[in-house]
Design a protein around this ligand. Structure first.
Ligand code: HSO
Ligand code: ZN
Length: 443
């Protein structure tokens, strides 16, 4: 099948403008969607379960009468797991274990230190009490994403994990439930869309109010998450998935073609880009793609994705490739080159760096250990993969000794008076100790 994929060269005039146009992703949210989501959120906030039932029956074509019908117990999750093949269960369990072990290393301990005068300062780390995990129900219902969202929360020590997943026409996804069971989700509700986000954010008689909502979703879910932010915490709002492969031309072009497909098959908006200093290699990969796409089950999505947002970029050398990789700040960066450790030192912006020819993104998506929830659309410039730290928060600790308080008060008092805050100044000054030498002289 012929594929019409853009080709650029850094040497050509206007390259940077072309690159910018290629990367542009418009996440503007629709006014009509905003209005509809605002209405749903308000209704759920006001009328609780009654509104959740109404919207669920309407949007998911269900006939729920009581909100208790919306819950799936741990027992039912265990039953779902029994309906999944042994091979798949074994893979889910192995993946969960590896993701768990990786995230164990991210745990941040509380710490404190003592100053010479006895004052103690520190930071206390506490897991969130209750977290909501949104799992999409439609074409993007990924059991692997259940593991990736739940495991770091588990490792952080979150008290209770509530999962919501829409079940259009009442059809449950056994693999998603099996993953939830294995990951240790406490409660599951078969609700989705903005109504599920609102129920988690404000709580209803049936759905408990959570402290933070994580997990991907469609435009309704993303808009609802933005709307409830503040009442609860949220994770990042994910854009379409992207991969940037840097290859020196020495990897099997079939491997590179399939690595690019693996991202393109997610959805039509996904972005797959190859950068190489070897011009002939671009043609080799293209030939591989045109041959391999024939047998791909998601051929139609792959084709649209590659033709709309895919690209081959020819660069002068690997140094230039690294410069462009930093501009792109891709969600996934594959360094399919010799000495990837050395080259990775030049990378400053990427959600995850896959090093060497034997490290395709797909292994990271499922089971290497690191999280597959990563910053998209260039946000790797300022944000990080989902991790244990997203489910922990920090409190500052201050414990002044009498001498420490006295010394600090002498610093604080002029600052407070400079801000015309007299009560602050006096509160500090009360702690100033009487001058010991002066009293000694008096005696
Ligand atoms: N590549 C996706 C994650 C995923 N892949 C789930 C397969 N299943 C995130 O960018
Ligand atoms: Zn993937």
């Amino acid at each position: 099948m012929k594929l019409n994929i853009r080709e650029f060269s850094t040497g050509s005039e206007g390259f940077l403008a072309e690159l910018e146009a290629l990367l542009a992703w418009d996440s503007v949210s629709d006014v009509a969607v905003q209005e509809s989501v605002a209405n749903i959120v308000t209704q759920v906030r006001k009328r609780g379960d009654e509104a959740v039932i109404e919207f669920t029956n309407r949007f998911d074509r269900r006939e729920i009468k009581s909100a208790t019908e919306l819950e799936i117990s741990r027992e039912e999750m265990a039953q779902a797991k029994l309906r999944v093949s042994d091979e798949l269960v074994a893979s889910l369990e192995a993946a969960a274990q590896r993701v768990h072990d990786y995230h164990e290393r991210q745990k941040q301990p509380s710490w404190q230190y003592q100053e010479a005068d006895g004052t103690v300062l520190g930071q206390k780390v506490t897991p969130l009490d209750r977290v909501g995990v949104y799992v999409p129900g439609g074409k993007a219902a990924y059991p692997s994403s259940v593991l990736m969202n739940v495991m770091p929360a588990k490792v952080a020590g979150v008290g209770e994990i509530i999962m919501v997943v829409p079940t259009p026409d009442g059809v449950v996804n056994d693999i998603v439930l099996a993953a939830a069971y294995i990951a240790g989700v406490d409660r599951v509700f078969t609700i989705g869309g903005a109504q599920a986000v609102a129920a988690l954010a404000y709580g209803t008689d049936t759905v408990p109010k959570v402290d933070k909502i994580v997990g991907p979703g469609n435009i309704f879910v993303a808009t609802a998450k933005r709307m409830v932010f503040g009442a609860v915490g949220i994770d990042m709002i994910a854009g379409p998935s992207e991969i940037l492969v840097v290859c020196d031309g020495k990897t099997d072009p079939d491997w590179i073609a399939m690595d690019l497909f693996s991202q393109a098959e997610h959805d039509e908006d996904a972005q797959s880009i190859l950068i190489t200093p070897d011009k002939a290699f671009i043609q080799d990969v293209k030939a591989s793609m045109e041959r391999l796409i024939e047998a791909q089950s998601r051929q139609a999505i792959i084709k649209v994705s590659l033709e709309n947002r895919g690209a081959f970029i020819h660069v002068k050398d690997l140094d230039e490739a690294m410069e462009i990789a930093n501009v792109v700040a891709a969600e996934h960066l594959e360094l399919s080159i010799d000495e990837p450790e050395k080259w990775s030192e030049k990378i400053r912006h990427a959600g995850a760096i896959f090093m060497g020819r034997h490290t395709p993104e797909a292994l990271g998506d499922y089971c290497a250990g690191p999280n597959h929830v990563l910053p998209t659309s260039g946000t790797a410039r300022f944000s990080s993969p989902l991790g244990v730290y997203d489910f922990q928060k920090r409190s500052s600790l201050i414990n002044c000794s009498p001498q420490g308080a006295s010394d600090l008060a002498k610093i604080a008092s002029p600052l407070a008076r400079g801000e015309s805050l007299e009560a602050h100044a006096m509160s500090a000054e009360y702690r100033i100790l009487a001058d010991v030498d002066a009293s000694a002289v008096k005696a």
